[in-house]
Ligand binder design. Structure first.
Ligand code: PLP
Length: 426
């Protein structure tokens, strides 16, 4: 097979897997360009969750009955699928959480509280999502640690060389996103991890925007912690993953206490259970896990490498067609490795107004700060518009988006509807 054949997705066939893509919005076909916020789910994922509800459901790990054993098998098979998807050595290094945010908070509360002291440093980047900033700020408040940040250049790339000056003997943790949810920049994790480890720091990667879109191998990366969410990878909301290296997880105290996470309880003390139960207190997301397992199967069948290439093609096309008007500023220049995320501001227009007019054309994009207020401040803006793509988006949709952008500009630049919701009949 030629490279072109290997990388070309049969998008029409894939689209038929996603019932929601048949939706009409304001009488127009839905163009869904908000997958960075949350992706859509194929029928196979919906079916897996329905089957769980209808045929396999019971609580897991507790029952002595047949149905509980079946539910446990499904739950643990989802963990095994995720293990394979990210190439973890052991299934018990995969902890199910409610999402990326919960996974990062788990590390901050458990590993962070146990390991950080006053004056210790946490190194982040200016492009982080609030979920990879606020838990560290809270940790710093609790422990007296200090937060430092790597900056970006004017092209929207991480100033990677700055890490040499920012890493000190006090740096205990480097917390960095694999892909910026705004800039679409793919960060050079290998270099960051190698330098952080050489300085004796532990590395957490916020992989919310990378695991759904490109191949991930935690062993090859040598990463210590990696967090991601089911709902951004064709799976359901309410489930996410913390990957942690076995030795680190073993040494960490449990974060949430309750049922399932213990091996013994007395009236005044408890002994934690083994991994992964130690970090999965309470009844876990049983149905969502079935959906996540099916999402992994689905993405593997399509091929994440091919998805990445497809999205890059869509992003390049979007940049090309959107720049035709000359009044647009992209928040990153797209010159380094990019994911399928294109964020921009249009001269003289509010991003929210733009998104609302596009919605009237059936085009769903995101507008605002995208949970990256420090990044927006760094860029000298308070909000931006973001179009984000996934395997089910097409070149035709990009062209539809560009045509809707032209119509939206015309409408808004006439001053009609400026800073207010456009008429629903527009
Ligand atoms: N990190 C990044 C880079 C994200 O894009 C997001 C969600 O947009 C998150 C973290 C938070 O994910 P969740 O809301 O699923 O916990």
């Amino acid at each position: 097979m030629s490279t072109a054949q290997q990388t070309t997705l049969d998008v029409a066939a894939l689209r038929s897997d996603f019932p929601i893509l048949q939706t009409s919005v304001h009488g127009k076909p839905l163009v869904y360009f908000d997958s960075a916020a949350s992706s859509q789910r194929p029928q196979a994922v919906i079916d897996a969750m329905v089957a769980m509800e209808q045929r396999h459901y019971a609580n897991v790990h507790r029952g002595v009955h047949w149905l509980s054993d079946r539910a446990t098998e499904h739950y643990e098979s989802a963990r095994e699928k995720v293990r394979g998807f990210i190439q973890a050595r052991h299934a018990h290094e995969v902890i199910f959480t409610s999402g990326t945010t919960a996974a990062i908070n788990l590390v901050a509360r458990s590993w962070g509280d146990a390991n950080l002291n006053p004056g210790d440093e946490i190194l982040v980047t200016v492009m982080e999502h609030h979920s990879n900033l606020v838990p560290w700020q809270q940790l710093a408040e609790r422990t007296g640690a200090v937060i430092r940040a790597m900056d970006i250049d004017d092209r929207g790339h991480l100033l990677i060389d700055s890490i040499d000056d920012l890493l000190t003997e006090r740096t205990k943790l480097v917390a960095v996103s694999a892909v910026s949810n705004v800039l679409g920049t793919v960060n050079s994790l290998e270099e960051i991890i190698a330098k952080a480890h050489a300085a004796g720091a532990v590395v957490l990667v916020d992989a919310a925007q990378s695991v759904p879109h490109m191949a991930t191998d935690v062993q090859q990366l040598g990463v210590d912690f990696l967090a991601f969410s089911g709902h951004k990878m064709c799976g359901p909301s309410g489930i996410g993953v913390l990957y942690g290296r076995e030795a680190l997880l073993e040494a960490m105290p449990p974060f949430l206490g309750g049922g399932s996470m213990i091996s013994n309880v007395e009236i005044d003390r408890f002994t934690p259970g083994v991994l992964p139960a130690k970090f999965e207190a309470g009844t876990p997301p049983i149905v969502a896990a079935a959906g996540l397992g099916a999402a992994v199967d689905y993405l593997q069948a399509v091929g994440v490498d091919r998805i990445h290439v497809h999205e890059q093609q869509l992003a390049s096309r979007a940049r090309e067609v959107l720049s035709a008007e000359g009044d647009i500023r992209f928040l990153s220049d797209g010159s380094a490795e990019q994911a399928g995320i294109v964020s921009f501001v249009v001269d003289g227009l509010q991003s929210l107004d733009l998104a609302q007019v596009l919605d009237q054309h059936g085009v769903a994009i995101r507008a605002g700060h995208h949970c990256t207020m420090p990044l927006h401040k760094r860029l000298g803006i308070s909000s931006s518009a973001r179009a984000s793509f996934y395997l089910y988006n097409t070149v035709e949709e990009i062209d539809q988006f560009a045509a809707s952008m032209a119509a939206a500009r015309k409408f808004l630049k006439r001053g009609v509807g400026r800073s207010s919701t456009p008429s629903k009949t527009q």
